[in-house]
Design a protein around this ligand. Structure first.
Ligand code: 3CP
Length: 686
């Protein structure tokens, strides 16, 4: 794919585009460009829905209750990586990640604790779950039932958007074909039994986080929406009956006007798309969205600046007419949100809502020449991308080839080049751009981290979850559980709707991992092809560093050989792939071990290849465990460097452990290249 990003919304606008005449409708009317509802926030404010989850259900439950008491109006559950990938906490691949980037849910017993004392007939709950959607939905349904809440009263949203997992987020389990059927099972089940529950949250957020521009984020989200509708139709699902509960999730980044225009454009595109699919009811054509401020716009340096960024992004979400909003915490580029940072993030929404009056006017930018032109440009761009996708065989096949992933990555590389060349200025992001000296900046961030940082007690969480599972397995009727799991397998073979079968198994206290394992017996775990685009950073790199690498390579009489590996269960690979491209530019031979690699994979690869350097990328917080394992087993003369979200106060620790360098988002590509050169030249001359 090779469509260029839109030109920036810049310059003088002297007239409204011709096409905008068709938008001269009121808010709350088809095609909803001006807003989903007539009175918007005057009638009902957006839902303040902060995404949260950590350690065990008990800790997360306490956090939920506190947030609701402090003014939050909806819940949003972050699950840990093992739960996302359908591994119980006691699985050998799960151990390092249990309870780190979300709450560990192994069975309905955990779900019951998660919502203990929270009335599920009153509070709407969003669950970000995709790969393991069946057992997690089943845990929620069974827990609500045991709380005495009838299915038809449940309100909330399940993300259930598997296509974007293959494209950008990577927490898929099974093949696209099988998984699309699972998505349809959930959608059909909800339409039948849970009429107030949104059965999917078609997500663009992760595209923008992986590098897409706002307009590309929207275009790909809409292409996925079309792919889902097509699949549902093929499965015999009546689109009219499910459309009202198909919801959306977008990122709001720092491109202020473009973000507002994007949200307006989204509503028109969805309304048009449903008309194409023959949907009649106007209310079903209303696009409803959740927005989250952009994680990738946050900087590790000068973290308090992030409050400003988040506020501006939240304003774009509100001006764009979002129904539900998450505002990021200012320390998220460094660690899990501290209590203080979470409170500021929540209060940011309360201030916007209660103190500013910005929610008093519906679509306040409507009619602006600039905004109407921008909205139309984004709509045109989305149509162009859809056409290109169709010409290349549709989303389904481009997911399998990795082409869409590569297209987004190309945008991430362009953004990295723009930052390197300082064409794009991000205040305080890189050490050398900071207003005060980098030493002062570093000190302040280190002090900041120590004082407030939220720490996860991973060992304790793992041990509590493991013991809880052992007790569950002793107490339940194992024979009935096995029978239910066998029936689930048979249903998967027969292509039946799997929801009722999983609900039965979960009610009998089967675990999340056991349900996924039963399906995996039929449908092996899937791994997608890896495609990494090459961009040329060469023009941005210091010529002397490039030459130094060349000389080093000449001295040893061969090309340098690197391994870059994503280890553990975290699926964020934007940074690792940028580094692969950088190394290619330095004429280094690179092997890339993609997401979900293990320390064992790394050790085996090194035994075969004898790398000159191994680079590890970890964004889940589990770096200490992986580094210790590797240092104990790797050849002593192989340099190990670490990249990802690594708090500054941990850097000394890694130095003591003999990690050669630690890189994070505050380092420029030139800094990284130079540091790598120093490591290699020292090691190779030893
Ligand atoms: C709302 N209502 C109104 C009005 N506003 N009625 C009349 N006039 C109004 N102005 C009605 C609605 O029709 C609805 O009733 C009810 O009030 C609730 O409003 P809503 O707009 O549906 O709001 P909400 O329940 O909050 O639902 C919002 C959406 C939902 C629809 C967007 O899908 C949602 O909450 N999504 C959140 C997704 C999420 O949190 N994702 C987290 C991703 P009816 O129901 O009767 O129609 S976190 C990922 C982080 C990154 C990562 O992956 O790692």
């Amino acid at each position: 794919m090779n469509i260029s990003p839109l030109k920036l919304i810049k310059g003088v606008y002297v007239s409204v585009p011709e096409t905008s005449k068709k938008w001269r409708h009121s808010h709350g009317e088809v095609p909803f460009v001006r807003g989903a509802y007539r009175e918007m926030y005057q009638r009902k404010p957006w839902t303040i829905r902060q995404y949260a989850g950590f350690e065990t259900a008990l800790e997360t439950n306490a956090f939920f209750k506190r947030s609701l008491a402090e003014g939050q109006t909806g819940l949003s559950v972050a699950f840990d990586l093992p739960t996302h990938l359908g591994f119980d906490s006691d699985h050998e691949l799960a151990q390092a990640d249990v309870g780190r980037t979300g709450v560990a849910i192994d069975s309905v017993e955990d779900m019951l604790v998660l919502f203990d004392g929270i009335d599920l007939s009153k509070v709407s709950v969003s669950m970000t779950m995709n790969g393991a959607v069946l057992p997690i939905m089943a845990c929620f349904i069974v827990a609500a039932g045991e709380q005495g809440v009838p299915l038809e009263q449940l309100t909330g949203t399940i993300q259930n958007d598997i296509l974007k997992e293959y494209i950008a987020r990577n927490t898929y389990i099974h093949s696209p074909d099988f998984s699309l059927d699972v998505v349809a099972d959930v959608v059909a089940y909800c339409a039948d039994k849970m009429p107030r529950f949104n059965s999917i949250s078609i997500s663009g957020y992760h595209f923008q986080e992986a590098g897409a521009t706002p307009e590309l984020e929207l275009a790909l989200t809409m292409a996925n929406a079309r792919a889902y509708l097509t699949h549902f139709q093929q499965r015999g699902i009546d689109i009219e009956s499910v459309a009202k509960r198909l919801s959306f999730f977008f990122c709001v980044g720092m491109d202020f006007y473009k973000e507002i225009a994007k949200l307006r454009a989204a509503r028109l595109l969805w309304s048009e798309l449903l008309e194409e699919f023959g949907v009649q009811a106007s209310s079903a054509k209303r696009l409803k969205m959740h927005c989250q401020t952009s994680g990738s716009s946050l900087t590790e340096m000068s973290p308090l600046n992030n409050i400003v960024r988040t506020t501006i992004e939240a304003m774009a979400g509100v001006f764009g007419g979002t129904q539900s909003l998450h505002t990021n915490s200012y320390d998220e580029a460094v660690s899990l949100p501290s209590d203080q940072a979470s409170k500021v993030a929540l209060d940011t929404q309360l201030v916007l809502l209660n103190e500013t009056g910005i929610s008093d006017v519906v679509d306040p930018w409507g009619g602006s020449y600039m905004m109407e032109t921008a909205t139309q440009n984004i709509i045109d761009y989305a149509h162009q991308i859809q056409q290109e996708i169709d010409e290349q065989g549709g989303v389904r096949s481009l997911v399998e080839t990795g082409e869409l992933t590569a297209f987004i990555h190309q945008h991430a590389l362009q953004a990295a080049i723009a930052e390197e060349n300082q064409d794009k200025i991000i205040i305080g992001k890189k050490s050398d751009l900071a207003t005060s000296s980098s030493a002062t900046q570093n000190e302040s961030i280190a002090a900041f981290s120590k004082k407030e940082k939220k720490t996860i007690n991973a060992e304790k969480t793992l041990s509590q979850q493991t013991q809880k599972m052992a007790r569950l397995k002793l107490k339940r009727n194992n024979q009935s559980v096995q029978k239910a799991l066998d029936e689930l397998k048979t249903a998967a073979c027969n292509k039946q709707n799997l929801m009722p079968f999983v609900i039965t198994a979960i009610r009998l206290r089967a675990t999340v991992g056991e349900c996924i394992q039963a399906l995996t017996d039929e449908q092996a775990r899937y791994s997608k092809p890896e495609t990494i685009k090459q961009a040329s950073f060469k023009q941005s790199l210091d010529v002397k560093t490039v030459e130094a690498f060349q000389i080093l390579s000449d001295q040893i009489g061969r090309k340098l050989r690197f391994l870059v590996a994503k280890v553990g269960l975290d699926g964020h690979d934007r940074g690792a792939k940028v580094i692969v491209s950088l190394l290619n530019d330095l004429e280094i031979e690179v092997d890339y071990l993609p997401v979900f690699s293990t320390t064992d994979d790394i050790i085996k690869a090194d035994l075969r290849q004898h790398y000159d350097c191994i680079g590890l990328s970890v964004l889940s917080g589990a770096q200490q465990s992986f580094v210790s394992t590797l240092l104990a087993s790797l050849r002593g003369d192989c340099p190990l460097v670490l990249g990802g979200v690594i708090p500054i106060d941990e850097e000394n620790l890694f130095e003591q452990l003999n990690v050669d360098c630690v890189f994070t988002a505050r380092h420029s590509l030139n800094d990284i290249a130079l540091a790598l050169y120093r490591v290699l030249s020292t090691r190779l001359s030893d």
